[in-house]
Design a protein around this ligand. Structure first.
Ligand code: ZN
Length: 101
């Protein structure tokens, strides 16, 4: 392919919208329309997909430990996580220089 990996009308604001739906999605509380939208977005967006998988694992873990819903502070932590992911994606370069100059 000759085109660069241009972010095909994919703005990160949309990622955050999708992210807000992730916990409902994982809980199976999301309606079909939103589910479809989310799944479509996940096909397109590896950052969100990683988040979804991570969130799912974390939620499962939480459920194993306690038979409780996800704690309220949880979404804050995930928001920070998403932010970090997005920064990485925007940077698209190795995290650290391998050598000192
Ligand atoms: Zn996304």
């Amino acid at each position: 392919m000759s085109h660069k990996d241009h972010d095909h009308d994919h703005d990160h604001g949309h990622c955050l919208e999708m992210f807000k739906k992730l916990s409902e999605y994982i809980d199976g509380e999301l309606d079909q329309l939103n589910c479809d939208e989310l799944e479509k977005h996940l096909e397109d967006c590896s950052a969100c997909k990683i988040c979804m998988v991570t969130l799912k694992q974390t939620v499962n873990l939480c459920r194993e430990v306690k038979d409780n819903p996800v704690p309220e502070g949880f979404s804050h932590k995930m928001a920070a996580f998403i932010e970090a992911l997005q920064k990485e994606k925007e940077g698209l370069r190795p995290p650290k220089p391998a050598k000192k100059l």
